[in-house]
Design a protein around this ligand. Structure first.
Ligand SMILES: Cc1cc2nc3c(=O)[nH]c(=O)nc-3n(C[C@H](O)[C@H](O)[C@H](O)COP(=O)(O)OP(=O)(O)OC[C@H]3O[C@@H](n4cnc5c(N)ncnc54)[C@H](O)[C@@H]3O)c2cc1C
Length: 429
């Protein structure tokens, strides 16, 4: 199959939704494509169980704008290759029968907006691969998809602003969230909160989430040193640097802030700086007809994603001056992103948790002790297969960057595992 679009937007989270709606409302033929079953991205992911969650004002407004904009929406499609200039290839596959129910499509575009979001960072520590240990946002997504957390004793641990909304949400789904362990120190968070004095809504949001996760202890300067259990997680060993204690739990939701999804940008050859896609004043990347918005351009939350999405949509529709007019607002979010990164910077103790037998690459079962002899990501990959499994380094790449300072190098297609039949449609390079 093939199709084309004047503006192709990859990722239908808040950034992609606002980019697509904006470009379409300016008369462009827009196609919005995402691998999830419906637009919404991480934060507005639909719950498939119970009563549908009531959308908040921002969500309602964004989805309404998308609906009336006339943008075409392709849900359930994953981009895995860029076979030709100004063309991407995507796959749609069902879980039931991968071989039989498989479609690929080539989409040609004039302008492209990358709004591919972010994922959680995982850090290896003893026991982190035990069943029952999840990413924090991962457990939240699973719970929305029907995985029951009702009555389960849950510890949420790690770092970043995501921990509180996750705890609040798990509690709303019936989980017993006993502890939220945030590794950032009280002093770091006090400084961060003080810096938000001119953004009271952010402070209020944090307090609301804190209230909604009520009943749980919120411990600052506290982090997991080991997940305990044999067949499944039965508890977590926590420390505050002075004291260490065991907290029984049935589920451990653990994430260490977010990592931008930049693989597609890398595949296309866009310049990255400090792990994010470099963009100019109108969200254009180093490639003239490719724009980027939302978390791949910096982790700064929902409002930043909406704003940069609007800017990218305007720029992709040729409204460069209108996009540039929003730059001063973007700068505020850039400062916020820098403060977030500083507040939730990983403490060195977290990088010393993995033991020689702790698995680092869980796809290929590569342990920490097998990696210490190598000097670079490429070297370790070639010698041990670290990062060469189905997740293609999305989990162990950021972990080894934190642990050893390795930067992942080139990105090659396919971006995600696809059946050979899908690859055979790709011209040889
Ligand atoms: C796991 C997780 C849970 C989160 N939960 C919350 C929360 O509860 N509350 C909160 O305030 N913030 C939450 N956030 C942060 C929130 O996602 C951001 O603040 C912001 O909304 C990001 O918007 P975005 O449009 O940049 O990215 P996203 O919302 O992440 O949207 C990006 C979309 O692009 C899709 N995509 C990526 N690559 C491809 C590809 N190759 N092909 C097709 N589609 C692709 C992704 O599947 C995703 O749907 C969460 C983040 C993560 C990672």
């Amino acid at each position: 199959m093939s199709t084309d679009a004047e503006v192709l937007v990859i990722g239908s989270g808040p950034a992609g939704i606002s980019a697509a709606a904006t470009a379409a409302m300016h008369g462009r033929d827009v196609l919005l494509l995402d691998d999830n079953p419906a637009p919404g991205g991480q934060i507005w992911r639909e719950s498939t169980i119970g009563e549908p969650e009531e959308p908040d004002d921002k969500q309602r407004k964004a989805l309404l704008a998308l609906r009336i904009s006339g943008a075409r929406i392709f849900s359930g499609w994953s981009v895995f290759d860029a076979p030709r200039e100004r063309s991407l290839r995507a796959i749609q596959q069902t879980d039931s029968d991968i071989g039989a129910d498989l479609h690929t499509i080539d989409i040609s575009y004039e302008n492209l907006v990358l709004a591919t979001g972010a994922r959680e960072r995982f850090l290896p520590f003893p026991g982190w691969t035990l069943p029952g240990v999840f990413g924090a946002g991962g457990l939240q997504a699973l719970a929305r998809g029907g995985f029951s957390v009702a009555g389960k004793r849950i510890v949420v641990a790690g770092t970043g602003p995501l921990l509180l909304p996750v705890a609040a949400h798990l509690r709303q789904m019936g989980g017993r969230v006993v502890t939220v362990a945030e590794q950032a120190s009280r002093r770091q968070l006090a400084r961060f909160s003080a810096s938000l004095s001119r953004q009271p809504t952010k402070l209020l949001e944090g307090l609301q989430y804190r209230a909604a996760s009520g009943g749980s202890r919120y411990r600052l300067g506290c982090w997991p040193v080991a997940a305990l259990g044999t067949e499944n997680v039965e508890g977590v060993r926590l420390t505050d640097g002075e004291r260490t204690w065991d907290e029984p739990c049935n589920l451990l939701a653990c994430g260490f802030h977010l990592v931008p999804n930049t693989e597609l940008a890398s595949l296309l050859g866009c310049t990255l700086r400090d792990g994010i896609i470099e963009v100019d004043d109108v969200q254009q990347t180093s490639i003239p007809n490719v724009f980027a918005a939302g978390e791949p351009t910096g982790i700064a939350g929902l409002d930043s994603a909406l704003l940069t999405g609007t800017m990218a949509g305007l720029a992709a529709a040729g409204k460069l001056e209108d996009a540039r007019a929003l730059l001063s607002r973007r700068k505020k979010f850039e400062r916020f992103a820098a403060r977030l990164n500083a507040a939730f910077a990983l403490r060195p103790a977290l990088l010393a948790l993995a033991q020689p037998d702790t698995i680092v690459c869980r796809c290929e079962d590569i342990r920490h002790g097998a990696l210490t002899a190598y000097k670079s990501w490429n070297d370790a990959k070639l010698q041990t297969r670290c990062g060469m499994g189905p997740c293609q380094g999305r989990v162990c790449g950021p972990a080894t960057e934190a642990l050893f300072g390795w930067r992942t190098s080139s990105v090659r297609p396919p971006l995600i595992p696809v059946p050979l039949s899908a690859m055979s449609a790709t011209p040889a390079r």
